[in-house]
Design a protein around this ligand. Structure first.
Ligand code: GLN
Length: 478
């Protein structure tokens, strides 16, 4: 059989439509490929072929197109572990709305993929199932927290994967693995069935190798959901419609100078971003250099708000209702033993910090101030979009880093969200696309950022770039 590892969704569809290949063969091929490269530790669980096929509709515009789902997104009758010991045996009784809608269009869910425990991390290292490796270099991390989603797509285990992005967890691993990662507008994709980390920041995002594929998958998922009260009143649409290789007439791109001149930014990423800006300029875009000073406070503000919301959301894992139960002499003992044994160190640390910043006497100093800063970031981004259609900034400061590199440097690890978290705080969408390779041969990413519900414009702009560059067509040799 031909090697279909790196085919786009359109290419796979035409093979399926012309009956050159069956759905079953597609599923078997991709399951085997992931099994052959188990050492990447991208996949937590693969499902059996028959149950994969029978879980999805027969027809639909994603019929027979396989993908993987992050382990914090519920799939009916499948283990939804969040890569945590506390949910290691938790079987979901329903599909997340995003998963349900994909299945209604015939998409096939091959399994659940690895991630930082409860989506808390930037490297894939906090998973209870061990570290995921970067397919471009197995000594390096793939980024996180959607580590397995990014590694699986980059390694050709499937053309799409779902991730969640609370502070950067789809865009950052996409950048480190050389693929496309979309964090949609807050509320565009339903959060029903996404196990909550930071409810006011959480989004379900999409990882693919091409912009077109990403737009196609979003077309199946987006739109209001009665089961999520924070979902926006939008109707489903075809996000591929505007993808014709052209830019919006008169497109003005704002280059965020503060971000591009950040000291920590790797010079090769700065250069690749400037080169991409030149590509857009050549295509006729107007380029405006702008400053958004509050972005500098994004990571700190995100740190406080995400911990506060995590502490509150994770209180439900107590040994009574879901997952692990470690017996104790009293109810309090049971709670303590379950949470002690069930959660990993990173999660525990975040719960402690979250309760601290919410506590009487400290909330004023931390949580309330962070909310004020959040409003300023929101406002400054909204002001920027009065002058420009889109913003360009880096996704991440460096190419992929070594496994264990920040074991003794938690602060630097937390700063990995520097360029990504402001978008979650403001609720605006962003897409990370590959824009080159470092001298070490590692993928480099760049972020396009738009105002609320500008996904079509983001896709159109990112697609036009992919039409005349070929970074996205280069794949790791495994
Ligand atoms: N790296 C960030 C964190 O650790 C983002 C995580 C996310 O987006 N889920 O919280």
């Amino acid at each position: 059989m031909q090697d279909i590892s790196f085919l786009t969704i359109q290419e796979l569809k035409s093979l399926l439509d012309s009956k050159k290949i069956t759905k079953k063969e597609v599923v078997q091929f991709f399951l085997e490929r992931a099994a052959q490269h188990k050492d990447l530790n991208a996949v937590i669980e693969q499902y059996d072929v028959d149950s994969i096929l029978s879980a999805s509709a027969d027809t639909g515009f994603l019929s027979g197109i396989p993908g993987y789902v992050k382990s914090n997104i519920c799939q009916k009758d499948r283990i939804t572990s969040c890569a945590s010991k506390i949910l290691a045996n938790f079987k979901s009784t329903y599909d997340a709305t995003t998963v349900e809608r994909l299945k209604q269009q015939g998409a096939l869910c091959l399994g659940s993929v690895n991630n930082d425990e409860f989506a808390m991390g930037s490297s894939g290292e906090t998973s209870a199932y061990g570290v995921t490796k970067n397919p471009w270099n197995k000594e390096l991390v793939p980024g996180g927290s959607s580590s397995g989603s990014a590694a699986a797509v980059a390694a050709g285990f499937a053309p799409w994967a779902l991730g969640s992005d609370t502070g950067g967890s789809v865009r950052q691993p996409a950048a480190l693995c050389g693929i496309v990662g979309l964090k949609p507008t807050y509320g565009l994709n339903s959060r029903f069935g996404l196990i909550a980390y930071g409810s006011s920041l959480d989004t379900v995002g999409i990882l693919t190798r091409t912009v077109y594929d990403n737009a196609l998958v979003l077309s199946a998922m987006a739109g209001q959901d009665a089961k999520d009260s924070t979902s926006l009143p939008t109707t489903p649409k075809d996000y591929t419609k505007t993808l014709d290789g052209s830019l919006k007439p008169g497109l003005t791109i704002g280059v965020v100078e503060d971000a591009l001149s950040a000291q920590a930014l790797h010079p090769e990423i700065r250069q690749a971003t400037e080169d991409a800006i030149k590509v857009y300029e050549k295509m006729g875009a107007k380029i405006k250099r702008i400053s958004i000073p509050s972005l500098d406070y994004g990571a700190a503000c995100y740190f406080v708000i995400s911990r506060a919301e995590a502490a509150s959301n994770l209180a439900r894992f107590d040994g009574i209702r879901y997952g692990l139960r470690v017996p104790g002499k009293s109810l309090i003992d049971l709670y303590e033993a379950t949470r002690h044994d069930g959660f990993g160190t990173e999660v525990k640390a975040r719960i402690l910090v979250g309760n601290y910043v919410l506590s009487v006497g400290h909330a004023g100093q931390y949580y309330n101030n962070a909310q004020l800063v959040r409003q300023i970031i929101r406002q400054q981004l909204a002001d920027a979009f009065k002058d420009v259609d889109l913003l360009v900034m880096p996704t991440h400061a460096t190419p992929a880093f070594k496994v264990g590199e920040f074991d003794n440097d938690k602060l630097t690890m937390d700063l990995q969200d520097y360029f990504t978290a402001p978008l979650n705080l403001a609720g605006v969408p962003g897409i990370s696309i590959p824009v080159g390779f470092s001298s070490q041969g590692l993928p480099l990413g760049m972020q396009l950022v738009g105002p609320h519900l500008s996904e079509e414009l983001l896709f159109q702009t990112a697609y036009a770039y992919q039409e005349i560059t070929d970074w996205h067509r280069q794949h790791p040799s495994l």
